[in-house]
Design a protein around this ligand. Structure first.
Ligand code: ADP
Ligand code: CA
Ligand code: CA
Ligand code: CA
Length: 307
């Protein structure tokens, strides 16, 4: 069945560049999704630049927007909830109430909701959120169908520093113990293999199973992608959006492989246009609009193998 392609996407908005909803909306729309965006911030650019100007949503503004969404009966139409950069512990906690409300509304109609929770807090040892945000995400991830932390965020949440596959597995098991059904550590680099990025998928949910039978042991998959020297922003946001899109009509592991491939192709495209590891922040903005084709049908093949 084709199913509803409707998303409530709670992320940042930037005027310039491609992070948050700016990185997620276009790819999702290309895939044919209706993306109803809540912009948690509306700012000039991402926080890596020396200057940032704009507006940050507070809890009251979030609730006011939700009031409108609720009053017009839009809320029950969302098949997916996707969250990214919020950086406000009160809103993060409120999102779990929004999810509960959404689930209850749709259950009455016999309809599903899938919650993709990208726990945006920082990267590579640099935290760009308030410390209370970590605590709030520890609550929210309990309700996540799919959590997509980067290795640093997974470490902040679990207290387990990811340095290799062994620590990554300990970390995903921590997520499962909290209640997260599926967790994807999108990439981590080891001392032994610095030229590649490994990823780990761990799921305690049987895919495409309506009976919700939970197997005793999680199913896990892994794979590698080549590491491209340099820091890119918005990669996780494009990944989460692509994962949601592909998971709509593919099993989890296939969807992850395709989303990984989208990132490879997009980073290569960005580098081809001058955005290599040593270039300016502006030239390292992901070229999300450059080749719509690769967002739908990435060229790179990323192998995802069961563990
Ligand atoms: P985040 O952007 O949230 O920090 P990651 O750094 O794990 O998350 O990036 C998400 C995905 O983007 C990774 O799974 C990987 O496929 C790709 N990616 C990000 N940075 C690089 C890089 N420097 N080289 C190759 N792939 C990258
Ligand atoms: Ca809509
Ligand atoms: Ca990263
Ligand atoms: Ca991220």
């Amino acid at each position: 069945m084709q199913g509803e392609k409707t998303i409530l996407s709670i992320q940042s908005f930037v005027t310039h560049g491609y992070v948050g909803n700016k990185a997620a909306t276009f790819p999702l729309q290309l895939h044919g999704f209706d993306v109803d965006a809540i912009n948690t911030v509306s700012v000039s650019n991402h926080s890596g630049y020396p200057i940032i100007r704009g507006h940050r949503m507070d809890l009251q503004e979030y609730e006011t927007l939700m009031e409108g969404i609720r009053a017009n009966n839009f809320l029950s139409s969302y098949r997916y909830l996707l969250t990214g950069y919020i950086n406000n512990p009160e809103i993060i906690l409120k999102v779990s109430e929004t999810l509960k409300e959404l689930r209850a509304l749709r259950e009455k109609e016999g309809k599903e909701v899938t919650f993709f929770c990208d726990t945006v807090m920082g990267d590579d040892g640099i935290m760009y959120c308030k410390p209370e945000v970590i605590e709030a995400y520890r609550e929210l991830i309990k309700f996540a169908d799919i959590a997509t932390p980067n290795y640093y965020e997974a470490g902040l949440l679990s207290g387990i520093n990811i340095t290799d596959m062994e620590s990554a597995i300990k970390c995903v098991d921590w997520f499962h113990a909290q209640g997260t059904k599926t967790v994807i550590i999108k990439s981590f680099r080891t001392k032994e293999e610095p030229t590649q990025l490994q990823f780990l998928i761990s799921s305690i949910k049987i895919q495409n199973d309506d009976n919700n039978k939970v197997p005793a042991t999680p199913r896990r998959w892994t794979g590698i992608v080549p590491y491209h020297e340099g820091r890119y922003t918005g990669t996780g946001d494009l990944f989460a959006a692509s994962l949601l899109a592909f998971s709509h009509d593919h099993p989890l592991e296939i969807a992850v492989g395709k989303a990984m491939a989208v990132l490879q192709d997009t980073i290569l495209e960005t580098r081809k246009e001058g955005g290599d590891g040593n270039s300016s922040l502006a030239s390292r903005e992901l070229r999300v609009t450059k080749s719509p084709n690769i967002l739908l049908n990435p060229v790179t093949v990323v192998v995802v193998k069961p563990m």
